[in-house]
Design a protein. Structure first.
Length: 479
């Protein structure tokens, strides 16, 4: 693709740009612009996207898709192990106030008795491909960056970006005969996520209840969320309402006998979180009250607090240690598949391994990433900044972080379309695979793949979060 982009004339690039912008604005591949005095309430801009699909090794892509059901099941199984969660969360709670508040809610609800045994997971496992020196591109292997268990985003806009690239290929051929349409895989993530919510709604069993999406105030990425709402209504006949945590606290109540959650007079079947993952989502106690009310309720949670806690980076690091994965996964072949996706992960606690990792990072941190428990992008620490940060932290405070080996992906070229302007860039990509998992408290109801997301960023950028402003939405060209 890098050769293709470099051979196009300015007129050809302008044609692609104009077509891409019109497609994006016509198909809801958009975001709200940052707030400024010049904005109108109805204004939108194109979502940041790549003009071309980015080459991605087909074997690595298939590996990521094939192991997603294993990760879905792993999240659920860990969430049911109180002792495992207790050991990790109690150690984190002393140094991370946000994790402590979440774990406290988990304990409160557990002590009172779980009103709703069913749980819905809409997860996304993110990978960067790693290429050793001398290896062919096709031999690259996936290495897991993180497993997201709450508020996974871009399921809709990623699917639309794939549609955009297929449209540009169908109408222009990208002015080349080098690109095969069969190498552009469909992502059914809009339909998959909506279908997962519909399955949970049907399991709840009330035809008059509604799904509630728990959102952030002033959400710029609302259109990614709206596509799920529209699909849920059109294909499943289920209405979705949007409420903030504060609105749940102000207008929510529980039926004293059944624990059914009502917002006003409307019963809620599923509480689907597209917020509640960061400290900024809880600016006052009211937001915590709203979260606790929902967690106490009969509504099926997506995710439960237990699922959210499993997404902590510390859990990822502990699972990479010898013998820990086998605690939850009994099939040796499944263990091998999962472990093959892990990269080097190290604690920063007071264990011998943690102290060794700390001392090593003080000497050479160039090949490491320092990660807190936070979701949402923009939180990781790289390179020499790791040494600076480590020197500021006490031994206890270090326990809130883990270290991960940097993954070295192959660099490709692409043209990025941001705010209506083209930008040529050397880029690396991160693949996310969505998973849909529904359990009724006794057995697994569904465990599916849910489509994929490709995020592409300039090599000068360390972070991969689209909403945080560092990357663009892309789609894979399988090679």
């Amino acid at each position: 693709m890098s050769d293709l982009a470099s051979t196009l004339t300015e007129d050809q690039l302008q044609t692609l740009k104009d077509s891409a912008l019109d497609f994006a604005l016509s198909h809801g591949l958009v975001v709200r612009p940052p707030v400024s005095t010049n904005d109108t309430a109805g204004g939108v801009i194109n979502a940041p996207v790549s003009l071309f699909p980015t080459p991605f090794p087909v074997n690595a892509f298939n590996d990521a898709v094939n192991i997603q059901p294993l990760f879905n099941q792993l999240v659920h199984d860990i969430s049911q192990d109180d002792a495992f969660l207790k050991e990790i969360m109690e150690s984190l709670s002393t140094v991370d106030e946000f994790v402590k508040r979440l774990y406290d809610l988990y304990l409160i609800v557990k002590k009172e008795g779980i009103a709703q045994p069913a749980s819905l997971g809409i997860h996304r496992s993110d990978y960067i491909i790693h290429l050793n020196p001398g290896q062919d591109f096709s031999e690259a292997k996936i290495k897991q960056v993180e497993l997201n268990t709450i508020s996974v985003s871009f399921g809709s806009l990623s699917s639309l970006t794939g549609d955009l690239h297929r449209y540009l290929h169908a109408t222009t051929g990208y002015f080349s005969d080098k690109l095969d349409a069969s190498a552009l895989p469909n992502s059914e993530s809009i339909a998959s996520i909506a279908s997962g919510l519909a399955s949970a709604h049907n399991l709840y069993g009330s035809k008059t209840a509604k799904v509630m999406m728990v959102i952030q105030p002033g959400e710029r990425n609302a259109f990614d969320q709206r596509w799920i709402e529209y699909n849920l209504l059109k294909n499943h006949g289920v209405v979705l309402i949007r409420k903030t945590l504060a609105e749940i606290a102000d207008h929510g109540r529980l039926d004293p006998e059944t624990k059914a959650l009502y917002i006003g007079n409307q019963e809620i079947s599923v509480a689907y979180y597209r917020s509640a993952y960061a400290t900024t989502d809880y600016p006052t106690e009211k937001e915590w009250d709203g979260r606790l009310l929902a967690e106490r309720s009969l509504a099926i949670k997506c995710p439960t607090i237990a699922y959210q806690l499993v997404g902590a980076k510390k859990v990822q690091q502990v699972l990479a240690a010898p013998g820990q994965l086998e605690r939850f996964v009994k099939d040796p072949e499944a263990v091998t598949q999962l472990r093959a996706s892990f990269t080097g992960l190290y604690p920063l606690d007071s264990s011998p391994e943690g102290l060794a990792a700390y001392e090593s990072a003080l000497v050479n941190s160039d090949e490491l990433v320092m990660k807190p428990q936070r979701e949402g992008g923009g939180n990781n620490i790289y390179g020499k900044d790791i040494q600076t940060e480590l020197k500021k932290l006490t031994a206890e405070q270090r326990n809130a972080y883990i270290l991960m080996d940097i993954i070295r992906p192959p660099i490709t070229k692409n043209i990025l379309l941001r705010k209506g302007e083209l930008q040529r860039a050397d880029v690396v990509s991160e693949l996310g695979v969505y998973g849909i998992y529904l359990h009724d408290g006794y057995k697994t109801i569904r465990n599916d793949n849910g489509g994929h997301l490709l995020r592409t960023k300039g090599v000068e950028s360390n972070e991969g979060g689209v909403a945080a402003g560092f990357a663009v939405i892309d789609s894979p060209l399988l090679v």
